[in-house]
Ligand binder design. Structure first.
Ligand code: GLA
Length: 387
């Protein structure tokens, strides 16, 4: 892959000079959804698919971007000190944001780059193609400018760039999973402290199957920021009666006791989700460590119901995929993953029924929704780096 992409880079930008190749994976979150901006736990793993970046520093201040995924855009140019995102949600806003963020942290770009991107994560599927682009850009800048950042630093810079440059109030989960992934492991991350541990994915004859609704969604225009604001309002309401650091520090029973404090049912239900999901995440990790995949799967199912009923981020497409998955013997857990409102569902499926699972769920989905879903059988890969 690397050699092929370097050849493509040279065809696009010419040969010679010091060419660097980097990779950052995509991610799938197994459980712990919409908890990362509520001080809770998440349990994502990096995928083996991701974004490749081939780059070479220039002598001037020009940035020349090319994406093999958006061939028709051709080479897009920008200057190293771009301070605002370009209009029309251009994909180069993600790398531009990271370059801007490096500048904010004291590492302004003095020279430009020729940059060739290629991603094999399905675009806009909710498998963190944007975090992957951010982190791969960070890896390249860190290496070529000698900044000495750790991968954890690069995750934080990626999130900072997405929050401040691109205006999406995302949490740290995606960039962290992409930067810090480990082969055959998921990451149990406490988003309040950034303490984490790797948990081996002992799948015992089961596979992780991702179903893509193929419903396009952009975090920007979705209700993501609205949910985050609701959680902030819920926390503020609780704090009038109880001193708490964040929503996930509450247990579900405590949220129920404090019902009156929320003032309205929506804020109460958002808080119920945050508290109960954090609890499920902890229980699921314990179950996996004990080799109890069935319990893990059951918690995934409960997670989906909570995201559907209390957090209201699923929608017809995701519910159809997940409800169809629940009907299949051998599928022991299924839930939406990522921001929601479209994107993907993740299921744990017995190896010997994977094929029929994909066929049956795919047929039901197409019949209900009117267009096809895509399915990927994935495994956990390693985090970002120079390749
Ligand atoms: C998106 C965000 C993450 C996280 C998930 C929901 O992927 O980028 O930070 O909030 O949604 O769990």
């Amino acid at each position: 892959m690397k050699e092929k992409l370097i050849t493509e880079f040279e065809k696009t930008f010419g040969a010679g000079g010091n060419i660097i190749a980097c990779f950052a994976p995509g991610r799938v979150n197994l459980i712990g959804e919409h908890t990362d901006y509520n001080g809770g736990h998440v349990f994502p793993c990096a995928l083996t698919v991701g974004t490749y970046l081939i780059a070479r520093q220039r002598e001037d201040e020009l940035l020349r971007f090319y994406s093999a995924n958006f061939e028709k855009d051709g080479i897009v140019e920008a200057n190293v000190d771009t301070k605002e995102p370009l209009p029309n949600d251009a994909w180069i806003n993600y790398p531009l944001g990271v370059m801007w963020a490096f500048g904010q942290k004291g590492h302004s770009l003095k020279k430009g780059y020729d940059l060739y991107y290629f991603g094999n994560i399905p675009n806009g599927a909710g498998l963190s193609s944007s975090a992957s682009i951010e982190v791969v850009t960070g890896v390249m800048l860190n290496e070529t400018m000698g900044c000495g950042y750790s991968n954890e630093d690069l995750a934080k810079i990626g999130q900072f760039s997405e929050n401040e440059f691109n205006g999406v109030a995302c949490g740290i989960m995606d960039q962290f999973a992409v930067a810090m992934g480990k082969e055959d492991c998921a990451i149990y991350l406490d988003t309040a402290t950034l303490e984490y541990s790797y948990v081996p994915l002992n799948m015992k004859g089961y596979k992780i199957v991702i179903g893509n609704t193929n419903k396009r969604r952009g975090l920007n225009d979705s209700k993501y920021n609205e949910r985050r604001a609701e959680c902030e309002a819920a926390l503020e309401a609780v704090r009038k009666v109880k001193d708490v650091p964040n929503l996930c520090s509450l247990k579900e029973v405590e949220v129920k006791k404090l019902r009156e404090a929320f003032g309205n049912d929506i804020l109460f239900r958002r808080a119920i989700h945050a508290a109960s999901e954090d609890d499920r995440c902890e229980k699921a990790v314990k179950a996996l460590e004990n080799g109890d995949l069935i319990t893990f799967g059951g918690l995934m199912n409960q997670s989906h119901l909570s995201l559907q009923r209390d957090y209201e981020v699923t929608g017809k497409e995701l519910d159809t995929l997940v409800l169809s998955a629940w009907q299949i013997a051998g599928a022991i857990g299924s839930r939406m993953t990522g921001a929601g409102f479209g994107g993907c569902a993740v299921s744990i499926v017995k190896e010997d029924v994977v094929e029929s699972f994909i066929k049956t769920v795919g047929e039901r989905y197409e019949k209900e929704i009117g267009y096809a879903a895509d399915f990927y059988v994935v495994s956990a890969g390693k985090g970002a780096g120079v390749i």
